[in-house]
Write a protein that binds this ligand. Structure first.
Ligand code: GDP
Ligand code: MG
Length: 382
């Protein structure tokens, strides 16, 4: 006869043995019940992306209040444009003023490698009460450097034209991508600022933004904010990821411990899945780009010549930098900023849509389309 104690021990022993057999034979079961997984789950009871938690009420300014807010961040809008972009940038700026800046009064910095015309300046300054500055980009920060082998660059452009790569034949576009990757934050007019919001011509802002996104960045120590993420054209970046891996291998200590590599790569960093944040919209921390990890990274990439021998975009370069050198929770999805840059748009859903008085059609939303990478961003936090 078994005593009740022996019986309990026997059953317990059987359960434990069964657990071990299942752990070894069924990977899913092992993952689900592993101690590390269980403690992770305990530590994060509501594991979900930070943007799902609404911005606290005290960041909001009542609609219609023209009064200056009490607390402001050290921040500016940045617009890189040509004189010929006047109507497009006026359209973007008018919406930004009406939907947000009328209340918050952040300044503007306009940058161009050619001097802005008087006509351009006159029309722009008429659109806002906020301070506006116009900067001339130094030639050495813009044009193709002398050490680039022009024959090799020409051949690369010709090949891309033949393959119908978008902007494949354009040198100015390459200058722009290299400038946005490694030089905009070094411009003199931006030195006094810590945060920036990049704005392009002909974009749409669909919703009222009644809170200060710069203060959210500042208070939560975020360094990079986006509204749309998607896959890059492979033909523009054939060797970019090899260069990134080379950089990581020689500078392992620069990579952030709690990084967002899983947004960039589906195999632990071996290959690039081509996900990037769409950089025509950015709200970011200029000091993050100015700091050692990203500066070293940009210099390393620049020396490879890929901005001219291929057509590396500032979007993948910024995204890879943010994902590797920041903590994943420092990268923020601005869910409540309704935004369109042709041909994609983020239209806030549900409460965020009505609260922002958005005029986009909520069914026209790129977030979880097949070409979007937002699900990979979400997964970082699950
Ligand atoms: N000053 C200047 N700005 C440029 C030049 N090329 C592009 N840009 C700006 O760089 C940004 C990206 O260019 P855009 O033509 O919109 O490229 P896309 O969004 O990739 O199709 C926009 O703000 C443009 O106004 C250029 O040659 N000079
Ligand atoms: Mg554009």
């Amino acid at each position: 006869m078994m005593t009740p104690m022996r019986y309990i021990l026997l059953v317990l022993g059987m359960i434990i043995s069964l657990h071990y057999i299942m752990s070894f034979s069924h990977e899913g079961y092992g993952n689900m019940t592993s101690i590390t997984r269980l403690t992770e789950k305990l530590a994060k009871p509501n594991a979900e992306p930070p943007y799902r938690t609404p911005v606290p009420e005290d960041y909001y300014k009542p609609t219609g209040s023209p009064s200056s807010p009490d607390r402001k961040a050290n921040a500016t809008f940045v617009m890189l444009v040509r004189n010929s972009d006047l109507t497009g940038i006026m359209s973007s700026m008018r919406q930004l003023e009406d939907r947000f800046n009328r209340k918050f009064n952040y300044p503007y910095v306009f940058l161009n490698e050619q001097p802005f015309s008087d006509d351009f300046k006159k029309h722009i300054t008429a659109l806002t009460d906020a301070p506006v500055e116009f900067g001339l980009i130094p030639a050495e920060d813009w044009y193709q450097p002398d050490w680039i082998d022009e024959d090799r660059a020409t051949k690369a452009r010709e090949d891309m034209v033949r393959e119908n790569v978008i902007y494949g034949g354009s040198v100015p576009y390459r200058n722009m991508c290299r400038f946005n990757s490694g030089f905009f934050y070094k411009q003199e007019l931006l030195q006094k600022y810590k945060y920036y919001w990049r704005v392009e011509p002909d974009v749409k802002f669909f919703c009222d933004l009644d809170y200060d996104p710069f203060l959210v960045m500042q208070d939560e120590k975020k360094v990079y904010g986006f509204t749309v993420s998607l896959f890059e054209y492979p033909t523009t970046i054939p060797t970019l990821w090899n260069s990134v891996k080379e950089f990581i291998n020689s500078n392992p200590t620069l990579v952030s411990p709690d990084n967002a590599m899983a947004f960039l790569s589906d195999d632990g960093g071996e290959s690039y899945n081509r996900c990037h944040f769409w950089s025509n919209f950015e709200i970011g921390d200029l000091d993050f780009w100015r700091d050692v990890p990203y500066s070293k990274f940009f210099d390393f990439l620049d020396e490879k010549g890929g901005f001219y021998y291929e057509r590396w975009g500032d979007a993948p370069v910024h995204s890879i930098g943010a994902a590797l050198f920041a903590r994943k929770d420092q990268i923020h999805f601005f869910n409540d900023i309704g935004y369109r840059h042709e041909p994609f748009q983020h239209c806030p859903q549900g409460d965020a849509n009505s609260r922002g008085r958005c005029w986009c059609d909520p069914t026209q939303n790129f977030d979880y389309e097949w070409y979007s990478c937002l699900n990979k961003y979400d997964k970082l936090f699950s």
